[in-house]
Design a protein around this ligand. Structure first.
Ligand SMILES: Nc1ncnc2c1ncn2[C@@H]1O[C@H](COP(=O)(O)OP(=O)(O)OP(=O)(O)O)[C@@H](O)[C@H]1O
Ligand SMILES: [Mg+2]
Length: 617
């Protein structure tokens, strides 16, 4: 030990004395000598220790080597090996005192610079025991205390996380080079549906813009239901300064969607958010494609009106058949279609809203005159003008027309629906869903000017059923080709529903049972036929639990509402405590990604959008 006083009777500085003591004891402990690369050691368990978690102690110099979410190998002294992920810390604790000991608190509060030696402590989750052949299995034992802890290299960490895929999302938080992505070709990932959730400004649309671009590159057909018109400029490279800077950071280039494969659609009679888009099309809806039951829900009919609606619908169908409008006479294919039609899924082909109104109005006239419809009955629809139509109608008139007020109320509601001007319009063609399903085609359906959520619901219902039917057909064709031994690519389709809570809200689900059942059916069938749904919303609490129950992948941006977090915790499995606790504090563009292909959920710094998003602040 160095003398307290030097030769001149002066006190030796404390530091010198300590150093001398350390030298005498053989210098600082060399962790590496014990186990090359070790940054710390596991601590003894304490009464509060829990399964799956353990505490790692680190010397001061290694404090920054175990950041949150980093992965480590624990070489247990019983020769077993474990992998663990840091879920809390690193915390710095003084070696011999508690950090909140009175002497520490009072001296620091008075500005004393005395900083005792300290060490780091992290809590880690045990991911599994690593067997000799490299497989990871659920552990039956725990790492023993005093076992060295060695960080995984980025390559090793990437192999453990299994978070890669050709559709790039971003970079794993806390790693430099681990790219997180979604495999575009796995049937158990995208076709099992995705939810992108987070508060306003969390980065959902940016994530979607990236996902859509990557999907296009992977040859997936994308249909994007764009409620706010945010995506009307995706064909242009981004010009947003913040995005450009964030892209440059990752050495990514701004880039619009492939121009000749992005189409912007808007409803007939409604504006588009981007009238200058090079491939802009207006479209109308076919009343005959909508399930009569969905149409009743959307028109908000009373029970009495519903009965009359169905009565009129039956008359209209019968007439179309008799007149040879549908099925056309002698057309076996159409005959079969009409016979197999499931009216909970779609309506009767060629049955226009105008024609249905003519039928309802004809019945009212007949009731008013207490006689069969006469010449004062004004005809609007082409179907009613056909030869023989009037006779066909009269033959089907109910013998007694009761409750005229209900019929009139129904006529009023159908009139209102028709005045939206979107059904069976002459000046815009209906959507040809088959053409949207080409590999790499992106179709943005701009609903920004629709002005009412009912109209959005109608469009979304039409798109969902239309795409599903087209996808079914494409998939069957693919399977048939494969059976014949021909080379064929799997047709893959994604439907993105922005502001999904507006379409599928919990408080509307009772009123919108048919629509919801259609979504559920599409979701179930989509799994087999490669049709993936992506629900995007800032109000996941408004989505019915059944919807989230259909979803296997999640991208969770910042969510501050503790109640929402609490209910999500019941739905999304596998996210550890440490990650959940970060959710309210995530920065824009950060997200927890939980996908079936990943070994565990990862915190991702999502790439900035390469293409232009409208309404970026
Ligand atoms: N991945 C990212 N990289 C860089 N900046 C981002 C990223 N994601 C989001 N941001 C920033 O956050 C802002 C809001 O993002 P975005 O519009 O995607 O959020 P949102 O969740 O869709 O919001 P809203 O609910 O209002 O539609 C962007 O304008 C951008 O500045
Ligand atoms: Mg958005």
């Amino acid at each position: 030990m160095k003398n307290l006083f030097d030769g001149n009777g002066q006190e030796t500085p404390l530091e010198d004395r300590l150093k001398a003591d350390i030298d005498q004891a053989g210098g600082p402990v060399d962790l590496d000598a014990d186990c090359p690369g070790a940054i710390g050691y596991t601590m003894f368990d304490v009464p509060g220790s829990e399964d799956q978690t353990l505490t790692i102690l680190l010397p001061e110099s290694n404090l920054n080597k175990a950041p949150s979410q980093s992965l480590h190998r624990i070489l247990s002294i019983d020769k077993r090996q474990y992998l663990a992920m840091v879920t809390a810390g690193p915390f710095a604790e003084p070696d011999t005192l508690r950090g909140d000991a009175s002497v520490m608190v009072s001296s620091l509060a008075r500005g004393a610079r005395f900083r005792p030696p300290f060490h780091g402590r992290v809590r880690a989750n045990i991911l599994g025991e690593e067997l000799n052949n490299g497989t990871l299995v659920p552990p039956r034992l725990r790492p023993l205390p005093h076992s060295p802890v060695v960080p995984l290299t980025e390559a090793e960490a990437a192999a453990v996380l299994k978070a890669t895929g050709d559709m790039r999302l971003g970079v794993a938080y806390g790693f430099e080079s681990i790219v997180v992505g979604v495999p575009s070709d796995r049937k158990d990932v995208l076709p099992r549906h995705l939810a992108v959730l987070g508060t306003t400004g969390g980065g959902k649309s940016t994530t979607i813009a990236g996902l859509v671009q990557q999907a296009q590159k992977a040859g997936i057909a994308v249909v994007l239901l764009d409620v706010e018109g945010e995506y009307a400029r995706l064909h242009q490279p981004t010009s947003n300064q913040a995005m450009l800077a964030a892209l440059a950071d990752r050495r990514l280039e701004p880039e619009g969607l492939s121009k000749d494969r992005m189409t912007l659609f808007h409803l007939v009679g409604r504006e588009s958010a981007n009238p200058d888009h090079p491939r802009l099309h207006s479209f109308s809806l076919q009343f005959g494609r909508i399930s009569p039951y969905a149409a009743m829900e959307i028109s908000n009919l009373t029970e009495a009106q519903e009965q009359r609606f169905l009565k009129a619908y039956d008359i209209a169908k019968d007439m179309l058949r008799e007149l040879g409008v549908f099925p056309s006479r002698g057309d076996a294919e159409e005959e079969r279609f009409a016979a197999e039609l499931d009216e909970f899924e779609r309506g009767y082909p060629r049955l226009t809203l105008r024609f249905l109104r003519d039928v309802v109005e004809g019945i009212i006239r007949a009731g008013e005159k207490e006689e069969k419809a006469d010449s004062s009955f004004r005809i609007h629809s082409a179907e009613m003008k056909r030869a023989g139509a009037k006779e066909a109608f009269q033959r089907r008139l109910p013998a007694k027309i009761d409750s005229l007020p209900s019929w009139r109320a129904l006529a009023g509601k159908l009139g209102r629906l028709d005045r939206l001007g979107v059904f069976d319009a002459d000046n815009a063609p209906p959507m040809k869903y088959k053409s949207l399903l080409q590999a790499g085609a992106v179709s943005v359906i701009d609903l920004s000017d629709s002005g009412m959520s009912e109209l959005n619901s109608i469009v979304i219902a039409d798109v969902l059923t239309g795409i599903q039917a087209a996808q079914d057909e494409a998939y069957s064709a693919y399977e048939a080709a494969r059976k014949r031994g021909e080379a064929a690519a799997i047709p893959r389709t994604l439907i993105v529903i922005e502001e999904a809570h507006e379409f599928l809200s919990e408080d509307r689900i009772d009123k919108m049972r048919i629509l919801f059942q259609q979504v559920a059916k599409i979701a179930k069938r989509g799994r087999k036929r490669w049709l993936g749904l992506v629900f995007v919303t800032q109000l996941p609490q408004h989505l019915p639990r059944q919807v989230l129950g259909l979803v296997n992948s999640f991208i969770l941006h910042k969510i501050s509402d503790p109640q929402v977090v609490a209910s999500l915790r019941k739905t999304v499995s596998g996210i550890d405590e440490g990650l959940w606790s970060r959710l309210p504090g995530l920065a824009p563009g950060q997200a927890i990604a939980s996908f079936p292909h990943m070994a565990r959920p990862v915190l991702v710094a999502i790439d900035a959008a390469r293409s232009e998003l409208r309404m970026l602040d």
